[in-house]
Write a protein that binds this ligand. Structure first.
Ligand code: SF4
Length: 448
């Protein structure tokens, strides 16, 4: 059986329309990256936001716009079985068997919209890697931990994590529009879909009311935007009524995997409870589509700033060129690249993790080579709830009292006079041990 006949066998209600694999492939090629791409800036071509458009027509051309533009249609029609996936992606019987094994432990769910972004003929497609299960999730599945950040340990009431003094995380649901293969909360996928009960929500709100140090509430999941807008408003309005809560943040991947969710009703609701910030999760520039751009623009026009928290993933975005395209694409849709996370050491994700040095080298390849707005902060979220630690290249070559030797992005060295604090302004502070090389080399020792 050839690839196209496998792909069109056993169609569902919204199965692919007739198109050969070669047609599909050639369509994809029109948007392929130029040959000879390297990790340098020399061959870098800017691209407009997104590919030319989402490649909806490949499989979903027969779906009316009214359904395609309705996030609930996508949610109802998520592809969540291996047999359903085989309607779109050519799978051998061995691959089907393997994926069924994986999904017993780590289920599958992908929206039609996100599937339409995939280049199905490319085995290394970065969109596929984030959504399609891999046998490596279980063959390497003993590496890592179920809950490396110890979120359970920091849960002071069910669903509320209080780790830092002035902010809390509340988890309203474990339901997501898509199961991202690198998710930190993969452990939650097996517990079926749940949404916090009114009593559980009230207990979380009570905790926030009683702790006046909490000025920042992060609503996360699962994905909180899976809740209906009125239900979400019921929670947000009560958080906003707590005087000491200054800002509310929403963590959601909807702008990336189902941007149709960012509709007028949602935006109007969010604008009533300002200031609300929204953190989303683009990982690759192919995700920055016209639909995603519209969603982010709607949020911004409603007074909701949008920041991006990407995860560094092997074969998806682990190069300077990939990050540059991503970050430039984000800025073009007015989304600030905020964090680049080292992928947490979660069981079932080891095949997607990269050495820490990869992230540091990427930041070094961005800093100075492009505007600072396009450079996210690379962070490791420490195990056992240790919190986030930023990592960056060391630009301090040496130091001695009164002077630093700094290197710039071109590897040129510069002396920098370090101002002394006049005695009359108070006690002189010794240079922090955080400045300079960890081995404490002085300028005189390096001969400069
Ligand atoms: S949307 Fe977020 S919480 Fe849900 S599976 Fe993806 S990464 Fe995990």
């Amino acid at each position: 059986m050839n690839a196209s006949s496998r792909a069109t066998k056993g169609r569902s209600a919204f199965s692919p329309r007739e198109k050969s694999a070669s047609e599909t492939h050639s369509e994809g090629l029109a948007e392929e990256e130029p040959p000879g791409e390297t990790d340098t800036f020399d061959n870098f071509d800017e691209e407009p936001p997104g590919r030319t458009a989402t490649d909806r027509n490949r499989f979903f051309g027969h779906i009316p716009d009214s359904a395609w533009n309705d996030w609930r249609w996508h949610f109802r029609n998520r592809i969540n079985t291996v047999d359903g996936l085989a309607n779109f992606i050519p799978l051998s019987s061995e691959e089907r068997a393997q994926l069924k094994l994986v999904t017993l432990k780590y289920p599958l769910a992908v929206t039609p919209y996100y599937l339409s972004l995939m280049n199905l003929s490319d085995p290394d497609d970065p969109i596929k890697k984030q959504a399609i299960p891999s046998i490596l999730e279980i063959t390497m599945g003993m590496v890592g931990q179920e809950d490396p950040l110890d979120e359970k340990g920091d849960s002071v009431v069910p669903g509320l994590v209080h780790r830092y003094p002035d902010r809390v995380l509340i988890v309203l649901t474990n339901i997501c529009p898509m199961f991202c293969r690198h998710c930190t909360r993969k452990r939650e996928w097996r517990s079926g879909g749940w949404v916090r009960t009114p009593a559980e929500v009230e207990a979380m709100l009570d905790y926030i009311r009683q702790h006046k140090s909490i000025r920042d509430v992060i609503i996360s999941g699962g994905d909180p935007l899976t809740l209906s807008t009125p239900r979400l408003e019921g929670v947000i309005s009560r958080i906003r009524a707590i005087k000491h809560v200054e800002i509310i943040r929403i963590g959601t991947r909807f702008p990336v995997v189902l941007p149709q969710r960012i509709d007028d009703e949602l935006c109007a609701m969010l604008s009533r409870y300002s200031p609300i910030w929204l953190n989303t999760h683009f990982n690759h520039h192919h995700e920055i589509t016209p639909e995603a751009a519209v969603a982010c623009d709607r949020l911004l026009r409603s007074g909701v700033p949008v920041n991006n928290q990407s995860v560094l993933l092997r074969g998806v975005n682990d190069s300077v060129a990939a990050q540059l395209r991503l970050c430039h694409g984000l800025l073009r849709i007015k989304v600030r690249p905020y964090y680049l996370f080292q992928c947490d050491e979660v069981q079932g994700t080891e095949h997607l993790r990269t050495p820490v040095e990869t992230g540091v080298n990427i930041i070094e390849g961005l800093r100075g080579h492009t505007s600072g707005l396009a450079v996210p902060t690379f962070v490791i979220d420490l195990p056992q709830g240790g919190g986030k630690v930023p990592l960056q290249p060391n630009y301090v070559v040496a130091r001695k009292r009164g002077e630093l030797l700094l290197r710039n992005y071109e590897e040129r060295l510069f002396r920098y006079r370090n101002p002394k604090v006049p005695a009359e302004l108070g006690p002189v502070t010794e240079p922090s041990s955080g400045v300079g090389n960890s081995d404490g080399r002085l300028l005189v020792e390096t001969g400069v």
